[in-house]
Design a protein around this ligand. Structure first.
Ligand code: SF4
Length: 333
């Protein structure tokens, strides 16, 4: 409290806040947008990823960066071109011992500042650190950030609560819609039920139109019904993931695994998608392929060089094989 009271309103002059349409924007975007709007700020979200976003991000990155973080830097660059006053780049450590984030998220504000500094540019980063295991809760982090924007602690609390409620409502709506789709599908006779494919990937991979959008379009073009692993009730999938492993530390990978287990009997196949080179996915996707049986899995890894070239062809072949199997395969040919 005393620390908060002393906190300077060093961000009071920031009127236009940029939020990169990348990484955890696809998980917490509603909350972030609502929070800054409640503080009376103009929120600017840059346009969806395309080849140019990746090329710019690639130039700003070292080779070891994953495709997703390269895209992130491309989005930060787009926001700077739009003339925002500052760019919001949270540092997400975790919500519990087995609910952590990949190290890239932990270091993201530094990564953004340094990548642009090396390129001779400067970016005003609004950082925020959430590290619940070490005592910095999400709530406290946002209160503190609000005070830095020059509002009272009460106003900051109001902004955070409205933001958290907006995100909860959005997540619940997504989960409700997918559950009702699964219910409708399960009532159809087998011969009328379309192939149902679960896309399991980090949300900024599956929902980025430049990356996962290609896969979704290819699946739908083949007549498949697409479910998303990150659109299943998160609390439920997180709990379910402990049936698979007690030691996986990453919350998003846990939820994806929990979702696969939850929907296993309702789907015909799984597309496991990853942005190269992803440390958490390399371990978890391998475990999924080895330990989840009974459903065909197509593993797709997208990198900065190849982009999405060839992805459509692999998706089409996967759907063709599943359709053929569904009709009885060679036994009925
Ligand atoms: S989880 Fe994987 S794809 Fe996501 S930021 Fe980390 S390394 Fe990149």
């Amino acid at each position: 409290m005393a620390k908060l009271a002393r906190q300077r309103a060093d961000l009071a002059d920031v009127r236009r806040v940029g939020i990169p349409r990348a990484l955890m924007y696809y998980r917490y975007g509603r909350m972030w947008q609502t929070f800054f709007s409640e503080l009376g700020r103009e929120v600017v979200i840059d346009r969806p990823s395309d080849r140019a976003t990746l090329e710019i991000g690639d130039k700003l990155s070292v080779d070891e960066c994953c495709l997703a973080s390269k895209l992130f830097l491309g989005h930060v660059s787009a926001l700077m071109d739009e003339g925002v006053d500052a760019v919001f780049v949270p540092s997400l450590m975790g919500y519990g011992r087995f609910e952590t984030f990949c190290t890239k998220f932990q270091a993201l504000p530094d990564l953004a500042k340094n990548a642009f500094a090396v390129a001779g540019k400067s970016v005003h980063v609004i950082a925020l650190r959430i590290d619940e295991p070490r005592g910095t809760s999400e709530e406290d982090a946002f209160y503190e950030l609000g005070v830095r924007f020059g509002v009272t602690r009460k106003e900051a609390r109001h902004a955070y609560r409205a933001a958290a409620a907006a995100q909860r409502a959005y997540d619940a709506e997504m989960a409700r819609e997918q559950e009702s789709l699964v219910r409708v599908l399960s009532k159809l006779p087998a011969e009328k039920r379309p192939l149902t494919i679960l896309v399991a990937a980090h949300p900024y991979v599956s929902h980025d139109p430049f990356v996962g959008g290609v896969v979704e379009d290819a699946l739908r073009a083949q007549g498949a019904c697409v479910l998303f692993a990150d659109e299943t009730d998160r609390a439920r999938t997180l709990k379910k993931s402990y049936e698979f492993s007690h030691s996986i530390p990453w919350i998003v990978n846990r939820e994806l695994i929990g979702s696969i287990l939850t929907l296993h009997d309702r789907i015909d196949g799984i597309v496991l998608m990853s942005a190269y080179p992803c440390g958490p996915d390399s371990m978890c996707d391998d475990a999924i392929e080895r330990c989840i049986h009974g459903k065909p899995i197509l593993t797709l890894t997208v990198d900065a060089q190849a982009g999405t070239a060839g992805v459509e062809t692999r998706v089409e072949s996967f759907v063709d094989i599943l359709s053929y199997q569904k009709k009885g395969g060679y036994l009925n040919a």
